[in-house]
Design a protein around this ligand. Sequence first.
Ligand SMILES: [Zn+2]
Length: 397
Amino acid sequence: MESGNQQIESQNNQQPPLMFKVLKRFNRCRAAVVTLPHGDVRTPVYMPVGTKGAMKGLLSENMAELIDCDIMLSNTYHLFLKPGEDIMEQMGGLHKFMGWNRNILTDSGGFQIVSLGELNSLDENGVSFKSHIDGKEFLLTPERSMEIQNKIGSDIMMALDDVVTPTTSGPRVMEAMERSVRWLDRCIQAHKNPDRQNLFGIIQGGVDDELRKICCEMMTKRNLPGYAIGGLAGGEDKEDFWRTVKVCTDLLPDDKPRYVMGIGYAEDLMVCSLLGADMFDCVFATRTARFGSAFSKYGMIKLRKNEYADDFGPISEECQCYTCQNYTRSYLQKTFRADQSCLHLISLHNVQGLRNSVLNDTAEQYARDFFINYYRDDKNGIPVWIKNALKECKIEL
Ligand SMILES: [Zn+2]
């Protein structure tokens, strides 16, 4: 009976679980649409983090409408500890559990273990750790990560990788990169739902161009629906940061989405988008929010300031983004401390502005205005690393 149903489902559902269509380009930068099982994602996209299954202070029925969100990131580590994978499976997956019918991306759980849990040991088999809630011991292997993410039912799942900080050097960097490839193969083997869930590999290799190239070459041979660039935004030199992103975007397939993990600052997001990356998240969202600023033609708007309390205009009069069409500076200022939705609306403005400019053939001007205004009050002006990165995108600052 069950296999009969599955057959009907697969006959009705011939479409692959990910399709990627570039609408327009500006040099290396792409304005695209990623079609996933729960709808279209307009890229470049900033994914808010819905830790523990729901974004703080927001009900999911309102969330999509309130913040115009096509895809949300959820942490496997948190979901696994509470409410747990079996409850998730009984409920029919995280979408049903949360009442969220748009897309979800889940991380592998590895990064959260390293940053939150108490790491006991890491070897070829996997990562063993103690829960930060009750001290209970767990072992996360590539197979376990896939099993949990299959039960969660996320639209995009991330492979378990061996992460080292970008400031690590020596043989450990190569070991972690090679292990990430072997773990990816175990993830591919263990993944039960390739017809309806997408598995992304994560490029590692520190800030070593050769290692990154080898990793890109090996992982793209696996012909996955998309790829992430991991192991950055951890205190590395900014020249190393942008060059590593460029090395990877040069080698990753042009017809698949590219996700740069863990960056959240507006300038990093803008540089990576211009270099040809499509998806972003920010693990430091709440910390960044304290400095959250939106870009407008007339300079940066620091929305935490009280001066906007009675300002009922949008961030930017001429901006066509969702935030500017629907929200006032006053609203953003008032919600600034309350929850993450304000930060998301600001990031949405910054990213959608660039996307719209690519579609309107005004991206060069947009990027130039952005950086000139962003650093207008900075006595050192636009940093050299940004000028160097933008030269690669054929923009002279
Ligand atoms: Zn806007």
